[in-house]
Design a protein around this ligand. Structure first.
Ligand SMILES: [Mg+2]
Length: 234
């Protein structure tokens, strides 16, 4: 096995010689989910309340059921859907707050090491292309990655098998030699169904929230737990 795991679910190490492709999620994995949590639970409802002339709590009460209904589907990640729903330009609002976008600990060092290794590093994100642009402008992610794929291009989020089928056509990876790292366990379950062999999740996707004690999939707190066996890079 390429992935050795402690009985408490922590990752002990990766045999990198058995991995050819590393698929990486962006929000909550490479980047701190704190920005997205604050944006969707504070910034958007506050602006919606101001636009509608209602209280913040009333705005949350109107928006929460829509979040619940769309969770796990492409609309949940779609800025066009949300702009239409709330009646203002959500991408523009996101751009105004982009200073809050930040790396997770050791994420850039991990990408540097992957870059120096034999592994191909591929970003696979449910982020809308406009969100992706804002984040790539703010954080120097792109230079470390061999490929970047937004699920919006495939009209199917990572939670759907159709995403994986189309990703296979686009970037041709061997699921048996692929490590996929994502903070969403429902996304990891979808990858497992497709046949991706090695799956790792994050204990603390959002630095403003407590670390998760129990996870279904092997977990790391920070990326340095995966460094052993990778070259140092420059
Ligand atoms: Mg994520």
């Amino acid at each position: 096995m390429a992935l050795s795991v402690h009985s408490d679910g922590s990752v002990l190490g990766v045999d990198w010689s058995k991995i050819q492709t590393v698929l990486l999620d962006m929000d909550g994995t490479l980047l701190d989910l704190r920005f997205d949590t604050e944006f969707w639970t504070q910034t958007v409802p506050a602006r919606y309340a101001a636009e509608q002339g209602i209280t913040f709590d009333c705005a949350r009460d109107r928006l929460d059921p829509i979040h619940k209904r769309e969770s796990g589907h492409l609309n949940w990640y779609c800025l066009d859907f949300w702009s239409e729903t709330v009646g203002f330009d959500v991408a523009e609002l996101k751009r105004q707050h982009c200073a809050g976008i930040a790396w997770r600990p050791q994420a850039e060092n991990f990408l540097r090491r992957l870059r120096a290794s034999h592994c191909r590093a591929v970003l696979v994100t449910n982020a809308h292309p406009e969100t992706l642009n804002i984040k790539l402008e703010q954080i120097g992610l792109a230079g470390w990655l061999d490929e970047i794929h937004s699920s919006h291009t495939f009209s199917a989020p990572k939670e759907y098998q159709s995403f994986w089928e189309q990703l296979q056509v686009s970037c041709s990876f061997d699921p048996k030699q692929t490590l996929f790292i994502d903070d969403s366990e429902s996304v990891l379950a979808s990858a497992e169904t497709y046949g991706v062999s090695f799956l790792v999740t994050m204990r603390q996707p959002d630095s403003s929230q407590a670390a998760r004690g129990h996870t279904t999939y092997p977990a790391v707190l920070h990326f340095d737990e995966l460094f052993q066996g990778l070259p140092h890079g420059n």
